[in-house]
Design a protein around this ligand. Sequence first.
Ligand code: DHB
Ligand code: FE
Length: 280
Amino acid sequence: MARVIGGLTTSHIPAIGNAIAKKMFQDPYWKPFFDGYPPVWKWLEEVKPDIAVVIYNDHGLNFFLDKQPTFAIGAAPEYRNEDEGWGIPTIAPFKGDPEFSWHLINHLVADEFDLVTCQEMAVDHGFTVPMQLFWPNYEDLGIRTVPLVINTVQHPLPSPRRCYKLGLSLGKAIESYPEDAKVVVLGTGGLSHQLDGKRAGFINKQFDMLCMEKIVDEPGYFLDMTIPELVREAGAQGAEFILWLTMRGALGGNVKVLHSNYHIPISNTASGLLCLENAA
Ligand code: DHB
Ligand code: FE
């Protein structure tokens, strides 16, 4: 049977993709950020996951403002990066697993989560940056991926509770897959940031600390928050925290923090890294 072995969170900002392409790992600006990742690589080398389910938001690549699904999922044999900007060299495509994706889709739709199913899907920085951060050698490893897209771009956004419930269902879907596979679930984006408007540059360290702490043992703390309340605390784009809550739902009841790192700012964003091992 498939097993959810753990969850990872990371910021997904496009400037990271540029810094990776230019190997700016020792640059004083980037070092405190990149130094967070080697302990996670060590764990990933030990546990050797077969599949990564990457929860992120599409930033206008597959879905623009005219058509914006609340939830969408990939069921393609591979996913190519077609991100905008930075002039980053083309990176290798990411391997899909259509059979596993369709298993998840069947389970989730039967459980009343009506996802848009994508047999072709391009991926942007929301997906590629976390994958490159956690698996710099993803191409050699051949790790299979499932992109799970949640709308954090155009209101109304799904509530924290709705996303957490989607995560619960996702976890059950993964664990009912009959083939042996070790699965990690990535919650990307966040933490607090706002890219536009009067509060552009907004960062709320106190709320970020609360997010990093409570998501471990008390995710219920956030579930009664409305999206406007989350935006007030985390900033307009900090609402990406719903992606973390979805990841947390997919893990078991008890998780152990193996590693964490918090650094502000990277670009306009508070970056939060968590490596959670599933105790269930
Ligand atoms: C930035 C952050 C994001 O979450 C994003 O999608 C794009 C840019 C930033 O801080 O630059
Ligand atoms: Fe983003």
